[in-house]
Ligand binder design. Structure first.
Ligand SMILES: [Zn+2]
Length: 417
């Protein structure tokens, strides 16, 4: 097979070469950078990585497309392991309420919050749901994300949850960005089950999950384990039902309070526990022992005007492998992993190298894809981005603008400016 494409002369080629698993502790600081680096791509796959001189010598025959990355950073496409991509409507009016100090409950009572989005999503036609979500997806691609996870969770009843998962599948089919689907029926107790969370848990376990598993509409099942939402026994019941059907597990854990979510994630063998703004020490140690990945979402406290960011520095030092995600949702309309990396450095005391590891190989591992994507290494899928900055530290340093100038998905250029 002849080579298709060479990317040459990168001021920094950020390869993240290393073990094909989530990186922990000091491993997270090692980006394995090649100065004046180059990548050779053939048939959608990376076939060689090294210095420009040696790549040109071994692969530089005539007739091959060559991209000059002089003065630029070349690295693996971002992987966003936690998004609520699919929903209808928006909640920009809540910004003013939050600024005036209204509480979450007051916003909910004023017609805002998650139940507002549930109503908007239930009312939207499949076409509207697809179009509104596609617009966000295009922006995520333009900001360098080449693989994302996307959850259901604004339908809650069986039909609309399935409509959301079908929308995710159609977006995955029609756009050059890979989407991993997650069932999040346990996002909030729907109005029709108000006051009876146990009955809703049974409904999910008996009526909904078996159908979703049979139709292969989701790879993961996620639960919002939090005081006042789903408690530990209810969360465990949903997760074990999903596990029995062959789905992978994720947990929204310890976001507002220590509610036992981190421990539960480790106990049931979840691939990740997400948020972790208020985990207990026991929960952190249980995760470190089981290699449960901590997916941190610094856009969420930012958009909620909260000071309670996860302590990324401490979690890394205690040995939890950390990934980063946008948590894109109507309360946190964040489409950019670059902004997320910047927040992780400025608000959670992660270094630029740690944050980039968390947004690539560790995020891939949080989706079970660490052997296929997340680093620039021979045999991996050629999901590659070029950024118009001289070194990787400029990603968190220059915030609020898009540094990406080229996105390559599976060896094909899919976005450029
Ligand atoms: Zn979330």
């Amino acid at each position: 097979m002849a080579d298709d494409l060479l990317i040459l002369n990168a001021s920094e080629l950020v390869t993240l070469k290393g073990p094909r698993r989530a990186r922990a502790k000091a491993e997270m600081s090692d980006l394995s950078i090649v100065q004046d680096g180059a990548v050779a791509i053939s048939d959608g796959v990376i076939v060689d990585v090294g210095k420009t001189e040696s790549i040109l010598r071994d692969h530089g025959s005539t007739g091959i497309e060559k991209i000059d990355a002089s003065g630029k950073v070349v690295m693996p496409g971002f992987v966003d392991p936690h998004t609520h991509l699919v929903y209808a409507g928006s909640r920009e009016f809540e910004l003013e309420l939050k600024a005036k100090g209204k509480s979450y409950m007051e916003i909910l009572e004023g017609g805002g919050g998650i139940l507002r989005t549930v109503r908007d999503t239930r009312d939207a036609s499949p076409q509207v749901l697809f179009r509104q979500s596609a617009k966000r997806l295009e922006s995520m691609l333009a900001h360098g994300s080449t693989t994302i996870e996307a959850k259901s969770g604004y339908g809650l009843d069986k039909d609309v949850e399935i409509r959301m998962l079908e929308t995710i599948k159609r977006l995955d089919d029609e756009y050059p960005i890979s989407i991993v689907p997650t069932y999040l029926g346990a996002h909030v107790v729907p109005p029709e089950f108000k006051g009876d969370g146990d009955a809703y848990v049974d409904f999910m376990a008996i009526e909904v999950l078996p159908d979703i598993a049979r139709r292969k509409l989701a790879e993961f099942c996620d639960v919002f384990c939090e005081k006042g939402v789903f408690d530990v026994p209810q969360s465990r019941k949903v997760l074990l039902a999903a596990k029995g059907l062959g789905l992978g597990l994720k947990v929204h854990a310890d976001e507002f309070s220590n509610s036992g979510g981190a421990q539960l994630a480790a106990e049931v063998g979840a691939i990740s526990a997400d948020h972790l703004d208020k985990p207990s020490d026991d929960g952190i140690m249980a995760m470190a022992r089981r290699d449960t990945i901590g997916v941190l979402l610094p856009g969420t406290p930012f958009s909620s005007m909260s000071k309670d960011y996860a302590d990324g520095r401490r979690l890394i030092d205690l040995g939890v492998p950390i990934a980063l995600g946008t948590d894109l949702n109507p309360n946190c309309w964040n489409e950019s992993m670059q902004f997320t990396i910047s927040l992780a450095c400025h608000k959670m005391r992660m270094t630029p190298a740690e944050a980039i590891t968390a947004a690539t190989i560790n995020a891939a591992a949080a989706l079970g894809l660490e052997k296929k994507i997340g680093s620039l290494e021979q045999g991996k899928r050629a999901d590659v981005i070029m950024l118009d900055i001289p070194t990787h530290a400029h990603i968190p340093y220059k915030f609020g603008t898009n540094q990406v100038s080229l996105v390559i998905k599976g060896g094909r250029s899919v976005w450029e400016r």
